[in-house]
Design a protein around this ligand. Structure first.
Ligand code: NAD
Length: 325
């Protein structure tokens, strides 16, 4: 089998290729062509940690995959990454293991790519300014992905850790060739924003509903626990809501579950899975004034599709290490 490090995955899976892989994967998911068992949460409360076990099978790819991802909230304070993960990819025709790779890098790329697909389906075509909440790992690939699908000329980033926001602004200005600046407040970050990404570990809304303008598109990827909200309930209630995977969206994120529990909206407020829009079964944005929201908790077929694309390209490029088990 092939072993890919994080650097190998990054070289083998440029964001534009990842976005194309996610279009196919999310459409297949909504077409009912994938097997995606509910992911298992294994809590380690003594250590403020959780492991998520995420299996999937995509017959059209002839691949099975499983990701084990750990999220440890105290890790950044001890110099370790909050998210660590391994993805295993199998040949579904005979069950043979094909590859093992760094799942943290793969997760950041495929989560960004999912938002790239949703942004392409939902944001106004003339969107030029982005606001990014959070200056961590996911935030970087969120901004990279939206720059692939819209003519983004500038971005603001807000993070309560001002030094992290400044570092993000410097790095992303250089990497993407656009003007990225650190905002001092959530409100200034949203000023003039056409596309907003929330990629934080906050448990409470990261901006105020009063700062949300008509026509904005929001990608919210941070919250995946029922008590955790990145978005004001009022924003969710007035937005056209699209999700990656209905089953996950209705069982995990406080961003949707809390407004539903407050009676502000019901499950029918989820207008579509993004794959249904790709399949032409549901509309995307229907007016330039509409506030559109893509809420993602992540789904295992994204890992399978990203891993499969990375491995094919890595083999073609001679990247990675081959081992006999
Ligand atoms: N939807 C998905 O598929 C998916 C995939 C991976 C990670 N995630 C989630 O995304 C979130 C971010 O992950 P990461 O790897 O980037 O973490 P990270 O630790 O690298 O970065 C998180 C950043 O959020 C910042 N933050 C905290 N409160 C904030 C606030 N109120 N406003 C703005 N920024 C704030 C922190 O200071 C930190 O810089 C996590 O909750 C993770 O579980 C979702």
């Amino acid at each position: 089998m092939v072993i890919l490090s994080g650097d190998d995955v990054r070289r083998a899976l440029p964001m534009r290729d990842a976005i194309e892989a996610m279009r196919t994967a999310l459409a297949r998911l909504s077409a009912g062509e994938c097997t995606v068992p509910e992911r298992a949460h294994v809590d380690a409360p003594e250590h403020a940690g959780v492991a998520l076990v995420m299996p999937s099978y995509v017959p059209a790819e002839e691949r099975m995959a499983i990701k084990v991802i750990t999220l440890y909230d105290c890790n950044p304070d001890r110099g370790l990454p909050r998210i660590q993960a391994v993805v295993l990819l199998f040949d579904a025709t005979n069950g043979s293991p094909l590859a093992m790779m760094d799942g943290a890098t793969l997760t950041a790329i495929r989560t960004g790519a999912g938002s790239g697909v949703a942004t392409d389906a939902l944001a106004r075509p003339d969107a030029r300014h982005a606001a990014i909440f959070g200056a961590g790992h996911q935030a970087r690939t969120q901004l990279e992905a939206i720059c692939c699908v819209r003519p983004i000329a500038s971005a603001s980033v807000y993070d309560p850790e001002a030094a992290a926001a400044e570092r993000f602004a410097r790095e992303m200005t250089e990497k993407l060739g656009i003007a990225v600046t650190a905002a001092r407040t959530p409100s200034t970050a949203l000023d003039g924003a056409d596309i907003v990404c929330t990629a934080t570990v906050s448990h409470t809304p990261v901006f105020s509903d009063a700062d949300v303008h008509p026509g904005m598109h929001i990608n919210a990827i941070g919250s995946y626990k029922p008590h955790v909200q990145e978005l004001p309930a009022a924003t969710v209630a007035r937005a056209h809501v699209v999700v990656d995977f209905r089953d996950g969206a209705l069982s995990e994120p406080g961003d949707l579950l809390i407004p539903m529990a407050q009676g502000l909206c019901g499950p029918e407020h989820i207008r579509a899975e993004v794959g249904e829009i790709l399949l032409g079964r549901k509309p995307g944005r229907t007016s330039s004034d509409q506030i559109t929201l893509y809420k993602s908790v992540g789904v295992a077929v994204q890992d399978l599709a990203a891993a499969s694309a990375a491995v094919s390209r890595a083999i073609a490029m001679g990247i990675g290490q081959s081992v006999r088990l």
